[in-house]
Design a protein around this ligand. Structure first.
Ligand SMILES: C[S@@+](CC[C@H](N)C(=O)[O-])C[C@H]1O[C@@H](n2cnc3c(N)ncnc32)[C@H](O)[C@@H]1O
Length: 281
């Protein structure tokens, strides 16, 4: 636990001291569009989400705030955001100010966070797998979802993550960190701010604690808290109402070969990550 706090303390994930870098990134394009189901949920798409209006959102592990700020800037949502890295929260706050938006930022550990409010959407991307107990963190944040509201979580995938990790970590062990970083930059041609790309490299390759998960495992957790899956990146956010769970379990096994193809054959970085959106019944 302390390892993770210390790891992010001086160099948070997705970090550069150039605030304009974040502003440009947010204003130039809406990165939420990469999460097709999330975008539909936020604009209240009837077929997938039955017209439920999302207004109050809480983000756990907001980091430097690309998502919090995008949700305010593009979708005009009310944001509460939590992260235990002070330096990251400061960046997120400064960017909000420049966008003339404001979120309720909380410098706090997820496990210690208390709030009497419930939210239409509880979201956490790339965070819970860095806690000492991912399932416990998942269950904790689910408690803040309003009845009929949504829980949207992004986690490292057990199969999808393997090729990239093995490739870059073994490269680092054999050739040293600096050479592995050079290779990482080759795999991420669009990253051109050096401190930003280094913060990504260490987060992805040198992290002291991460766990990896499957859709099948997450489905079990979702059933335990009486939520229902609405969409997942495993099938590229297609409607899942007519698909059998076992088809998705088979499909997720293919993530290892697609990740191998991208990371190793094409030298295009792919983190091996998946998302699930679930609704509280
Ligand atoms: C990989 S970063 C992801 C940040 C952000 N969600 C994003 O997509 O850019 C993980 C973030 O989770 C935060 N974090 C990890 N464990 C946490 C915990 N137990 N409580 C609060 N924040 C935590 C870290 O400080 C870090 O900012």
């Amino acid at each position: 636990m302390k390892d993770v706090v210390n790891f992010y303390k001086d160099i948070p994930f997705n970090f550069t001291s150039d605030i304009d870098f974040y502003l440009k990134n947010i204003k130039n394009s809406n990165q939420v569009l990469e999460y097709k189901d999330l975008h539909k949920l936020l604009i209240k798409n009837k077929s997938l989400f039955k017209g439920k209006l999302i207004k109050d959102v809480i983000e756990f592990g907001c980091g430097t705030g690309w998502l919090t700020n995008s949700l305010m800037y593009y979708y005009n949502k009310n944001l509460t955001s939590v992260d235990f890295t002070e330096k990251a929260i400061e960046v997120a706050k400064n960017v909000s100010k420049k966008l003339n938006k404001s979120a309720n930022f909380n410098h706090c550990n997820i496990f210690e966070y208390e709030d009497n409010n419930n939210y239409d959407l509880v979201i956490s991307l790339g965070v819970l797998h860095h806690t000492f107990d991912c399932k416990k963190a998942f269950t904790k944040i689910s408690k803040f979802v309003k009845p009929g509201g949504y829980l949207y979580v992004g986690l490292y995938h057990l199969y999808g993550r393997k090729p990239m990790l093995q490739f870059l970590q073994s490269y680092s062990n054999w050739h040293g960190e600096q050479s592995a970083y050079k290779l990482f930059k080759k795999m991420n041609k669009s990253m051109n701010d050096d401190s930003h790309s280094y913060s990504w490299f260490r987060d992805q390759v040198l992290h002291p604690h991460e766990t990896q998960h499957t859709y099948e495992e997450l489905l079990g957790w979702i059933k335990e808290i009486n939520f229902k899956v609405v969409s997942t990146s495993i099938n590229n956010y297609k409607d899942i109402s007519n698909s059998k769970s076992s088809d998705l379990f088979d499909l997720e096994k293919s993530l290892e070969s697609s990740s191998y193809e991208k990371n190793i054959n094409k030298l295009e970085f792919s983190p091996g990550y998946f998302t699930v959106c679930a609704q509280k019944e």
